[in-house]
Structures are given as C-alpha cells and as structure tokens.
Design a protein around this ligand. Structure first.
Ligand SMILES: NC(=O)c1ccc[n+]([C@@H]2O[C@H](COP(=O)([O-])OP(=O)(O)OC[C@H]3O[C@@H](n4cnc5c(N)ncnc54)[C@H](O)[C@@H]3O)[C@@H](O)[C@H]2O)c1
Length: 341
C-alpha cells in the first residue's frame, strides 16, 4: 500500500484526496493546508490527521508520496516550497501544473529530483486518457507515417487578470504537454497574442511551432471562451493518415489516407470517463501504479522533466510576444528565462 499525503486541499487538492482515497493501492494518510479550518474539515471527511505545517507532517507521519496541490501567483508560485521540502525528506512527489510559474525554480526542482533519484511527476492530466493512449500507440506503430503537422486548441473561460501571462503560464502546460507527447521536443516558436475587449491580460493567443523532428504545429489558446462547450481539440497528421481528438477524452477518429474507412472511438463506448475530473483519477492512478511497479525516476510518465520542458516552451512563447512576434529558438531558453524572471 502506497501511503500518500496531500498538501493544499482546496478545489484541486480535494480531488487529489478523493482519487487517492478511491485507489485500492493507495492510502491517504494525512493532509496539510495553511488554512486550518479548511484542512480540519477535509481531514474529517477522510478520517486522517490534518496539519498546517508540512515539516511537522513529514516528521510525524509515515509517507511515501506527497501530492502538491497548492496554487499561488499564476497558479504555480506556491508549489516549489512544499515540493522541495518533501523531496528533501526523500518522498516521491506529484505536483500540480504549472510545475512552477518561475522557470529557475522549476529547473531547480527537476535537478534536485534527478540528484536525489526521486520520482517527480506533474499533473499533466490531459494526456492520461484512453483517447491519447490509443493515438500515441498509432503514432508509435507507424500508422500515421512520418508526422507532418499538429493543430491544437485549448480554450476556456477564465476572467483572471492577475498577470499579463496568466493565460500562457497557467493553462498551456496542458496543451503544450499534449503536443510534446505526440510530436516530441519543440525547436522554435512564434507567437501573436490579443486582449479580448475589456481585458488587460494577453487572453487569446495564436502560436506557431516547429518540432525537432521537422514536423510543424499550431496552438490556439484562449481564456475568453465558454466552459459549457468543448474545451480542447487536437489533430495530428502524417504521411499515412491523421487523427483528431475531440474534447480531451470524448472522441478519437483516425482518417487513414487512401481508404474509405474511418476508425472512431467514443468515450461512452471506449472508457466511460465520467466528466473532466476523472482525468485526474487516470493521472493519479498512473503515478501510483508506476511507483508500485518500481518504475525508475527517469521513466515516470508526465514527469517533472516533461513539465519543465512545457514551461520552457511557454517562456519562449512569451518572449516571442514581447519581441513583437519574433521566432524564438528553444536552444536560447536559459538566456530568455533569465530575462523574463
Ligand atoms: N490539472 C488540472 O486540470 C488543474 C485544473 C485546475 C487547477 N489546477 C491547479 O491546481 C492547483 C490548485 O488549484 P486550486 O484552485 O485548488 O488553488 P487554491 O489557491 O484554491 O488552493 C490552494 C490551497 O493550497 C494551500 N497552500 C498554499 N501554500 C501552502 C503550503 N505551503 N502548505 C500547505 N498548504 C498551502 C492554500 O491554503 C489553499 O487552500 C493550481 O496549481 C492550479 O493550477 C490544475
């Protein structure tokens, strides 16, 4: 049984608690939040001890995994402290996205995990769904042939105006991770952004990408849409065929070239994911399974390394926007990172 503690138990941390609690291979053993009233209330639901000081929890409880669901500026500035502390105590860590809104801190977390041989994972839940698993298998089997392009769209409604870059840093760890999952590392990016009427932040973006493989891609992102409608669309095309994924987990279709037949998987038939929150369940269950099987830190899926790579792409995109749509090469990222922080 893998003993899990959750740090930060507001909206998203509550989901972590619920899904670890439901996993037969995991045991929720303790929770921690700076908000005493909140942590006591959530702890009472699960009959576990509550803490408002992480050091005290780490010293008092037997814990294998710490799941960090704190938030902060650009939804990511509070993860670094608890994640680093938990790793110092030798715990495997899963951190919410963005791994950090600060690229130097994200790098420090990844470097420290590597040095300490700790499994560091990130909740990049949009790819932990059956539609993405099958699509990835098609790519690996060569069903699409040589990859040529990817079109990605992730659009939600979020009125947050706290930072000019909130839309890129807080939302697009997901879309860029999915793009990297299918097409590999990104070589160059180029961005145009706009502010919806009445907004002060760059709330809608159009981004061109070139991958190391030579494939090209496009990301449309927005905080100005309506959450009642599908939020995500992904299309990947190669020399032999292309697939589309509609709304993360709902529908996957393969269109082979030179054939009159399509292959279609529908969530209702395929996997029965019951709403977006269950993508968390798939992601957290995968981390628990990987730990149970003894998967080595460098082979963890949706790892800190993947999360850092996505944040680096985001920083390059932001820099492109600052530089009036200039093409930015990811090999210059350490210099760009220093200028942006
Ligand atoms: N993966 C997804 O699909 C998805 C969706 C939405 C949000 N998120 C992410 O989930 C995270 C949490 O979101 P939220 O809306 O629940 O945030 P929130 O700000 O509402 O809650 C964060 C909680 O963490 C606590 N906290 C902060 N620092 C702490 C510390 N050092 N020790 C203990 N507790 C601490 C706060 O008191 C608060 O209760 C964010 O990073 C967000 O980006 C992920």
């Amino acid at each position: 049984m893998i003993k899990v503690a959750v740090v930060g138990v507001n909206h998203i941390g509550k989901l972590h608690c619920r899904f670890y609690n439901e996993n037969p291979d995991a045991q929720l053993v303790a929770i921690c939040d700076l908000n005493k009233e909140l942590v006591e209330k959530v702890a009472a639901n699960y009959g576990v001890p509550s803490y408002s000081d992480l050091t005290v929890m780490l010293k008092s409880e037997e814990i294998d995994v710490v799941s960090v669901a704190t938030g902060g500026f650009e939804n990511g500035s509070h993860h670094y402290g608890p994640a680093m502390l938990a790793m110092k105590y030798g715990k495997d860590v899963l951190v919410e996205k963005p791994i950090s809104n600060n690229i130097s801190e994200a790098k420090e977390m990844v470097d420290y995990a590597r040095k300490q041989k700790i499994r560091l994972a990130c909740n990049l839940n949009h790819r932990f769904v059956p539609t993405a698993y099958i699509a990835k298998e098609w790519i690996e089997k060569g069903d699409l042939g040589t990859l040529l392009f990817i079109n990605m769209k992730l659009t939600i409604e979020n009125p947050n105006e706290t930072s000019p870059w909130i839309h890129m840093r807080a939302l697009h760890p997901h879309s860029i991770d999915v793009m990297r999952y299918f097409c590999g590392d990104v070589r160059r990016v180029q961005a145009f952004m706009t502010k919806a009427p009445g907004r002060t932040v760059w709330s809608t973006a159009s981004i061109n990408m070139e991958f190391e493989s030579g494939a090209v891609g496009h990301l449309t992102g927005s905080y100005d849409m309506d959450n009642r409608h599908p939020i995500e669309f992904c299309e990947v095309a190669g020399t032999k065929g292309r697939f589309t994924i509609n709304d993360v987990y709902n529908e996957l279709t393969f269109y082979p070239h030179k054939s009159q037949e399509l292959k279609m998987y529908k969530n209702s038939v395929l996997s029965g994911i019951n709403g977006f929150n269950e993508t968390f369940k798939h992601r957290l269950d995968t981390f628990i399974q990987e730990i149970k099987k003894g998967v080595s830190p460098k082979n963890i899926t949706g790892s800190g390394v993947d999360a850092l790579a996505a944040q680096e792409v985001i920083e390059a995109i932001i820099y492109s926007q600052i530089e009036n749509g200039k093409v930015i090469d990811l090999k210059d990222i350490s210099e760009i990172g220093k200028q942006l922080q």
